[in-house]
Design a protein around this ligand. Structure first.
Ligand SMILES: C[S@@+](CC[C@H](N)C(=O)[O-])C[C@H]1O[C@@H](n2cnc3c(N)ncnc32)[C@H](O)[C@@H]1O
Length: 202
């Protein structure tokens, strides 16, 4: 999957960024809900952060956020976005299936995954679940955007549902799921039927 993303970033073809902007209000509502549950913004990890769209949005809300992505060009774009936004956030190059606690920090109370997990193989998902849980607090929450399984055709991510999330993230429970807005999106993305999942640990 990372090779596909490396090519996409090299060519500047990053349609998920437009989708991310379109889904902003729905995502904001979920973040507000987590903030309410936690008593305010806390430590957050943006898994597969890309160019840092959501990393910056979280930081603006007062989260102490670290973004992690495997692609160097995406990480550099995220660092530029952070610098230009004037927010306090960190972005590191790393693999979500093998997170280095010294690099990404520990005790995260929010995991954000907008479009990363759903493109991984089962084995990668299991490793990501273990790795991300190891750097999360016992009462952490997770917001994930994933295509409906089988929804993504051709080069699109294969998708994931609540049972795929719960089997990779042992001890986490999906407590809510809602369709993500796709208005104005190209047909293949609309057909992929992305969902927002809200999960909690414990
Ligand atoms: C669909 S993009 C979404 C990027 C960003 N979350 C956004 O919404 O703009 C998925 C991202 O996951 C990253 N990714 C995929 N596999 C990864 C891995 N094993 N470790 C770290 N990042 C990964 C890709 O490089 C890509 O930036």
């Amino acid at each position: 999957m990372s090779t596909g993303y490396a090519i996409a970033y090299a060519l500047g073809i990053t349609p998920w960024e437009r989708a991310g902007e379109a889904g902003g209000d729905a995502l904001d509502k979920l973040i507000v809900r987590v903030e309410h549950e936690l008593g305010g913004p806390d430590r957050a990890l943006d898994l597969g952060c890309g160019s840092g769209l959501h990393t910056v949005a979280l930081a603006r809300r007062g989260w102490q956020v670290t973004g992690v992505d495997a692609i160097g060009k995406a990480v550099r774009s995220a660092q530029t976005r952070i610098a230009e936004s004037g927010v306090d956030a960190a972005v590191v190059r790393g693999d979500v299936t093998n997170l280095d606690p010294a690099q990404v920090g520990t005790g995260h109370r929010l995991l954000l995954d907008i479009g990363c997990f759903h493109g991984l193989s089962d084995e990668q998902r299991a490793r990501m679940g273990r790795s991300a849980s190891a750097v999360s607090a016992d009462d952490a929450w997770m917001i994930m955007l994933a295509f409906r399984p089988g929804g993504g055709r051709g080069p699109l991510p294969r998708g994931a549902d609540d049972s795929a999330i719960e089997s990779a993230f042992a001890g986490w429970r999906v407590v809510d799921a809602e369709p993500a807005p796709t208005d104005g999106m190209p047909k293949p993305l609309r057909k992929a039927a992305p969902m927002f999942y809200l999960a909690r640990r414990g």
